[in-house]
Design a protein. Structure first.
Length: 197
């Protein structure tokens, strides 16, 4: 099943390369005042301190293309099936050609209510493609979440909940302009392209 699904994704990518369809990658991520701090070097005698704090959680459902077109939907609270469906219903209004939306296998992407929408979305030109299990590396939007958490959000952005929300919204609004990802350098994308050849 794994090889079959990877082969299917490769086929979609080949069709996208020839302008026959668009591929978007969808996923959820959460942000709070408990920051993600990677290990790294810092100058001697200089310390970067971010004190974790209890805060609400801002969850984002994002839909991203390889050319950095981002549709981001922010929610304070839990993202459930109803919210994902509403986001996809909004996204489908923007598509201009046949489109594939790549999702992982989270329960909210497989619920009875979610599955009941698949036929309607297909009639509107949107097909949902579920990745093989345990394959987050094939979902390119994971790169966006890493960039936001480890690179684009700065220590000062965690000074308060309001500052964090504003900083995050500014980043989400600027993806494709001030904030870009070169997916052509992605090792997984290179592997997929090699599989196509």
């Amino acid at each position: 099943m794994y090889d079959y699904l990877v082969s299917q994704l490769c086929t979609y990518m080949l069709l996208e390369e020839h302008g026959k369809l668009d591929i978007y990658y969808g996923d959820e991520s959460g942000f709070s005042l408990d920051p993600c701090i990677p290990y790294g070097w810092q100058p001697p005698c200089e310390y970067i301190r971010i004190v974790p704090a209890n805060s609400p959680r801002l969850n984002v459902f994002g839909i991203l293309s390889r050319d950095n077109q981002l549709h981001a939907y922010s929610v304070e609270g839990t993202i459930n099936t109803d919210i994902v469906i509403a986001c996809i219903d909004d996204f489908v209004k923007t598509i201009k050609k046949k489109t594939v939306l790549v999702l992982d296998n989270a329960t909210i992407h497989h619920s009875e209510k979610f599955n009941a929408k698949l036929g309607e979305w297909i009639t509107k030109g949107l097909r949902i493609f579920h990745l093989p299990t345990y394959s987050p590396h094939w979902n390119l939007i994971e790169t966006l979440w890493r960039k936001i958490k480890y690179l684009w959000l700065k220590p000062g952005d965690y000074a308060s909940w309001e500052i964090l929300k504003v900083a995050l919204q500014n980043i989400l609004n600027s993806v494709g302009d001030a904030f870009k990802i070169d997916f052509e350098d992605s090792k997984y994308l290179k592997e997929l392209k090699q599989a196509i050849i």
